[in-house]
Design a protein around this ligand. Structure first.
Ligand code: UDP
Ligand code: MG
Length: 319
């Protein structure tokens, strides 16, 4: 190990990936060996119920470049990324999925681009979305479109597969929110970013562990974290109804005074239903933001660690 080579940390969130973890780690190692850098692997076991932690322990025993954390339960990918970023020590940190969908073969190119361009973030951008169901693709399209319109930031194609230099990682670590939406937060940070396109390959084995509910939750986190436009929509709807009610009120009064008042029972019911649902939706929107504020105010840790493995070299202070 020479000290003039930069240290690159690879943060890998892992949830129930025991079946192909060894193969994946081998491919990552092979790719990193081609880089002119020293590397460490930061493996975060996000509360897997399968053999993942055993595999990680065995791998760590056989190698001095592995740092591993085991979270006390399944906190979700975003939290696992936080844990990894907080424990990574590298001059640059690369985040990569453990399911093989982010090609390890791209790693040398990412490191090369970081060194050559001097950019703070090297982002791998999905050229396609891989083999996903129609509903997933459509949902993602709708979500990114909505978020772009609401927040003004364009997140389309952005993935969690990226390299961040120390400056960007430190800036990221300063963001203390509990509702983490990783790719949104990195776009929000700015910094100079260069992009590399990549093809999403099918998962090695198993299935994506993101249920539709989890995706919806992440979408809600993304929208509430990056835009307060929905709240303003409530005000807007209120004004719209005010204008409407003045017009309708004037007409009703006029008809009443003219002795031609309508016996509009149906109108009353329709208006009640319309206003009732609008009010409930508005309350729901406000509630959504309130829930986020509540979660932030509680100030709970983002994740809890139950077990960790540190490389033996850590005992020696870094020169
Ligand atoms: N993951 C995680 N915690 C979770 C779900 C997933 O750490 O609760 C990890 C998973 O092991 C993988 C990455 O996050 O390394 C991406 O997960 P997945 O392939 O399920 O998501 P997708 O590719 O569909 O976005
Ligand atoms: Mg995946």
């Amino acid at each position: 190990m020479t000290n003039d080579q930069p240290l690159v940390s690879l943060v890998i969130p892992i949830f129930q990936e025991a079946a192909h973890l060894r193969v994946f780690l081998a491919s990552v190692r092979e790719a990193l060996d081609k880089c002119h850098c020293v590397y460490e692997l930061v493996l975060v076991d996000d509360g897997s119920a399968d053999d993942t932690w055993r595999v990680i322990t065995e791998e760590a025993n056989a190698s001095s470049s592995i740092r591993a954390l085991r979270l006390s339960r399944n906190f979700g990918k975003e939290q696992a990324l936080c844990a990894g970023l907080e424990h990574a020590r590298g001059d640059a940190v690369i985040l990569i999925d453990a399911d093989g969908q982010h090609p390890a073969s791209l790693l040398p190119e990412m490191v090369r681009m970081w060194q050559a361009s001097g950019a703070d973030i090297v982002e791998a951008v999905k050229r396609n979305r891989g083999h996903e169901s129609f509903s997933n693709k459509f949902g993602a399209l709708l979500f990114y479109l909505l978020l772009h319109k609401l927040s003004g930031f364009n997140f389309k194609g952005s993935s969690d597969f990226k390299l961040m230099n120390r400056k960007a990682v430190n800036a990221w670590l300063k963001m203390g929110e509990r509702n983490v939406f990783f790719r949104g937060m990195t776009v929000w940070m700015g910094f100079t970013t260069v992009q590399i396109p990549f093809e999403v390959v099918p998962r090695s084995t198993g299935q994506s562990t993101w249920s539709n509910l989890k995706r919806l939750k992440l979408a809600l986190t993304g929208i509430t974290a990056f835009s307060s436009v929905p709240l303003q929509l409530v005000t807007f709807a209120g004004f719209f109804f005010l204008i409407f009610s003045v017009l309708l009120g004037a007409e009703t009064l006029y008809l009443k005074l003219a002795g031609r008042a309508v016996s509009g029972f149906a109108t009353v019911i329709l208006l009640e239903l319309l206003i009732g649902s609008l009010l409930m939706i508005s309350l729901g929107i406000i509630g959504e933001y309130l829930a986020r504020i509540y979660e932030e105010v509680k100030g709970r840790p983002r994740y809890l660690v139950t077990d960790s493995i540190t490389p033996a070299t850590d005992l020696v202070p870094k020169e």
